[in-house]
Design a protein around this ligand. Structure first.
Ligand SMILES: Cc1ncc(C[n+]2csc(CCOP(=O)(O)OP(=O)(O)O)c2C)c(N)n1
Length: 637
C-alpha cells in the first residue's frame, strides 16, 4: 500500500504523478476488498468508482469545490482519499465511520442522506447560494449520480432547473447500467444507446486523442469537442436527450481510464455552464467474485471471505424470504395480484414472484412516488398491486399514499421490509417513521406481524382489502420462531395472561417476544399482566381498547418513533372514549440515530425486557392505591 499510505488529503492525490495512478487504484481496490469483507458494506459500487473518485479529487479542490455523492453508498473511495483510510476497520460500527458521507466526519462530506436522487437538487441549491454570494466560478459544484438514481423523479426536477443554464454545475453520470440489478426504463435505454453506438465510440475515441494533443485548454477546446460531438452524435447515435434539455453532454468516457476521466472533468469544470459528463464504469470492477455476481455485483455485502466472496455465516430464514414465498403462493390463486418494486427486486424478495409471473411484475426504477400512484392506477384498472419497499423509502411517497391511494379508496398493499430500527446503515435507513406517518391517512390499515405465520396471514388479509390501502410491515433480518397465541379475540392475539392482569402490554410486531419477557419479569415481581398482539395496529382494534380500559396501566412497545405512533394513537382513542387509564409507550425517541448494531440501539433506548420491567415495576410501586390524602386544606393560607 505504498501510495495509499501516503494519502492524507486530496492534495496528496493531486501531487502523485499520473503514471503512479494505476498502482494507487490497484491498492485502493485491494484495500476495499480487505476492509469491506470484514465489516460488510457497499463493495461493488465502490470498486466501480475508484478511477472516477481519483480523477474527481485531482480536477476539483475539495472541500472548496463541492463534490456531492448521490445516495452516498459509493463514497468509500472519496473517504479514503480525504484522509479516512485508517478508520476503515470501524466502517459502519458503533462510534466508527459511517457507510455514507457524514458531515461530522469530514468537511469533504456534504450530503449524508442515503435516499437516492437528491444530489442534483442539492447541487442546484448550492450553486444558487454560491452565485448569490459571488463564490460561483471560484468554487465549483459537482454532483455524482448513478444511472439508477437518475431514474428518480427528483433528479429530473433538478435537471429541469439546472438546464436553464444560469449556473455552472458539473453532473457526473456514473453509468454502470445497474441499480442493484440492471437499471430499467426509457432512460436506461437511452444511456445504453449512447454507450453502445459502436461508430460513435470509435469516432469519440479519435476525437479525444486529437484533443488530448491540443495544448489549448478551456472553453474553446470544449466547444470544439462539444461541437464535434454533437455533429457526430446526430449521425451515429440517437438524438441526445440531455442536449435536448439544454445541457452540454460529454461522453461516453471510459470510467476505468483515469486519464480519460480527468480530461473530461477538467473540460467540464472550465466550461462555465451546466455539463453532463457520462462516465461508463463496471460495478465490482477488479474483484472476480463481484464481477461474476449476476444478481447485484456485490452491491451490498455482509461479512464475507475476501478470497471467495462467500458469506462467513449462513443467514437464517429472513422476513424477506417468508414474504417472498407467501406472495408467490398468493399469486397462484389470485391472478389479479401484481407486484411493484422500486429498483429493488432482489432485496425486497420480489425476484421469486418475477420469475413465476414475469408479466405481473413492474420495476419502476428508484421511483417510490410513481410506484404508489401507478399502483393506484392498477387498482382502478381491476388489479391488486403489492408494492414492496424498504420502510424508510415509503417516506418519499407519503402524499401519493394519502391522496392517490387513500382518497381514491385504492386497494393497494404496501409491504414494508426493514421496518423499525435497522442499525448499521445509520440515520436514513432506519424504518422508524411509517407507523407514525401513516397514522394520519384516513382508511389505511396497518398490520405488524410478529412471526412467519402472522406475516402470511396479514399478507392474505391485506390483499383482500380492495377499498383502501393496506400496509404490512416487518423487521430486517431473521424471522423468529412462531410465537403461538393463547387465544384470538377479533384480530387480536393474546400471547400471555396472568390471573389478574393489572398491566395490559400491547406488544407490536417483532416486539411480541419482548412483551412476553416483560410479562414474565412482572410476574416475578408479583405484578399480574397480559400481552396483546393487535396484529392490525391501525385502526386500534376494539378488543385492545376494552382490555386497556380495564387495566391499571397500559404499556405499548413498538419498533418505531413514539411520537405519533401506535402508543400515541391508543392513548388518543382511550381519551376519546373517556377512559383515562395511564399509558406508557416504549419506542424510539424523536431523533436521527447514528449507525450501530440494532441490539445496542435497543439497549440504549431501554427497549430490553429488564429495562421495561423495571420501569413498570417502579411505576406500579409509586402508584399503589393507598389512602387518599386531601392536602388541599392544609395548603390553603
Ligand atoms: C429513495 C431510495 N430508494 C431506494 C434506495 C435503495 N438503493 C440504494 S442504492 C440503489 C441503486 C443505486 O443505483 P445507482 O444510482 O446506479 O448506483 P450504483 O450502486 O449502481 O453505483 C438503490 C435502489 C435508495 N437509496 N433510495
Amino acid at each position: 500500500m505504498r501510495y495509499l499510505e501516503a494519502i492524507r488529503d486530496p492534495r496528496d492525490v493531486r501531487a502523485l504523478p499520473a503514471e503512479k495512478l494505476p498502482e494507487l487504484a490497484r491498492e485502493i481496490r485491494a484495500f476495499l476488498v480487505e476492509k469491506v469483507s470484514a465489516t460488510g458494506g457497499h463493495l461493488g459500487p465502490n470498486l466501480g468508482v475508484v478511477e472516477l473518485s481519483i480523477a474527481l479529487h485531482r480536477v476539483f479542490r475539495s472541500p472548496e469545490d463541492a463534490i456531492i455523492w448521490d445516495t452516498g453508498h459509493q463514497a468509500y473511495v472519496h473517504k479514503i482519499l480525504t484522509g479516512r483510510a485508517a478508520d476503515f476497520d470501524s466502517l459502519r460500527q458503533e462510534d466508527g465511520i459511517s457507510g455514507y458521507p457524514s458531515r461530522s466526519e469530514s468537511p469533504h462530506d456534504i450530503v449524508e442522506n442515503s435516499h437516492a436522487s437528491t444530489a442534483l437538487s442539492y447541487a442546484d441549491g448550492l450553486a444558487k447560494a454560491w452565485q448569490q454570494r459571488g463564490l460561483l466560478g471560484e468554487q465549483h459544484v459537482v454532483a455524482v449520480i448513478g444511472d439508477g438514481a437518475l431514474t428518480g423523479g427528483m433528479a429530473w426536477e433538478a435537471l429541469n432547473n439546472i438546464a436553464t443554464g444560469e449556473r455552472p454545475v458539473v453532473i457526473v453520470v456514473n453509468d454502470n447500467a445497474r441499480s442493484y440489478s440492471p437499471t430499467i426504463g426509457g432512460l436506461a435505454h437511452h444511456l445504453n444507446s449512447l454507450r453502445t453506438a459502436p461508430n460513435y465510440e470509435k469516432v469519440m475515441g479519435w476525437g479525444k486523442r486529437v484533443l488530448l494533443r491540443t495544448p489549448v485548454v478551456g472553453p474553446p477546446v470544449f466547444d470544439a469537442l462539444h461541437g464535434m460531438k454533437k455533429g457526430v452524435k446526430d449521425v451515429v447515435a440517437p438524438q441526445g436527450m440531455f442536449e435536448d434539455l439544454g445541457l452540454k453532454y460529454v461522453g461516453p468516457v471510459n470510467g476505468h481510464d483515469e486519464a480519460e476521466v480527468e480530461f473530461a472533468l477538467s473540460r467540464a469544470r472550465d466550461f462555465e455552464a451546466p455539463v453532463i459528463v457520462h462516465v461508463i464504469t463496471h460495478k465490482g470492477q477488479g474483484y472476480a467474485p463481484a464481477e461474476a455476481d449476476e444478481a447485484d455485483r456485490f452491491h451490498g455485502v455482509g461479512v464475507i471471505d475476501p478470497e471467495t466472496g462467500l458469506p462467513i455465516s449462513a443467514a437464517g430464514r429472513s422476513w424477506t424470504k417468508a414474504f417472498s414465498d407467501e406472495l408467490v403462493s398468493i399469486g397462484r390463486v389470485r391472478p389479479d395480484v401484481v407486484a411493484i418494486t422500486a429498483a429493488m427486486l432482489g432485496p425486497t424478495g420480489l425476484d421469486q414472484f418475477a420469475q413465476e409471473f414475469p408479466t405481473r411484475i413492474f420495476d419502476v426504477g428508484i421511483a417510490e412516488q410513481h410506484a404508489a400512484t401507478s399502483a393506484a392506477g392498477l387498482a382502478y384498472g381491476g388489479m391488486h398491486p403489492v408494492v414492496a419497499l424498504y420502510a424508510t423509502f415509503l417516506n418519499r411517497a407519503f402524499d401519493q399514499v394519502l391522496m392517490d391511494c387513500a382518497l381514491h379508496k385504492a386497494g393497494v398493499t404496501f409491504v414494508l421490509d426493514r421496518a423499525g430500527i435497522t442499525g448499521d446503515d445509520g440515520a436514513s435507513h432506519n424504518g422508524v417513521w411509517d407507523m407514525s406517518m401513516l397514522q394520519i391517512v384516513p382508511g389505511l390499515q396497518i398490520a405488524a406481524p410478529r412471526d412467519e405465520s402472522t406475516l402470511k396471514q396479514a399478507l392474505r388479509e391485506a390483499v383482500d382489502i380492495n377499498d383502501a390501502p393496506s400496509v404490512v410491515r416487518f423487521s430486517k433480518g431473521a424471522v423468529p420462531q412462531d410465537i403461538p397465541a393463547l387465544a384470538r379475540e377479533g384480530c387480536v392475539d393474546i400471547l400471555a395472561r396472568h390471573a389478574n392482569p393489572e398491566v395490559c402490554i400491547v406488544a407490536i410486531g417483532s416486539f411480541a417476544q419482548l412483551g412476553i419477557d416483560v410479562c414474565e419479569g412482572l410476574k416475578a415481581q408479583g405484578i399480574g399482566a397480559q400481552v396483546l398482539d393487535p396484529r392490525w395496529v391501525k385502526p386500534i382494534p376494539q378488543y385492545v381498547l376494552e382490555q386497556s380500559a380495564k387495566a391499571t396501566l397500559v404499556v405499548v412497545i413498538e419498533d418505531g418513533i413514539r411520537a405519533g405512533g401506535v402508543g400515541a394513537a391508543l392513548s388518543q382513542a382511550l381519551r376519546d372514549s373517556d377512559v383515562d387509564v395511564p399509558l406508557r409507550n416504549f419506542g424510539s425517541p424523536l431523533a436521527f440515530l447514528d449507525h450501530a448494531k440494532r441490539d445496542s440501539i435497543l439497549a440504549e433506548f431501554g427497549l430490553t425486557a429488564q429495562a421495561i420491567t423495571r420501569s413498570i415495576t417502579e411505576w406500579m410501586a409509586s402508584n399503589e392505591p393507598g389512602e387518599i390524602v386531601d392536602d388541599s386544606i392544609t395548603q390553603e393560607r
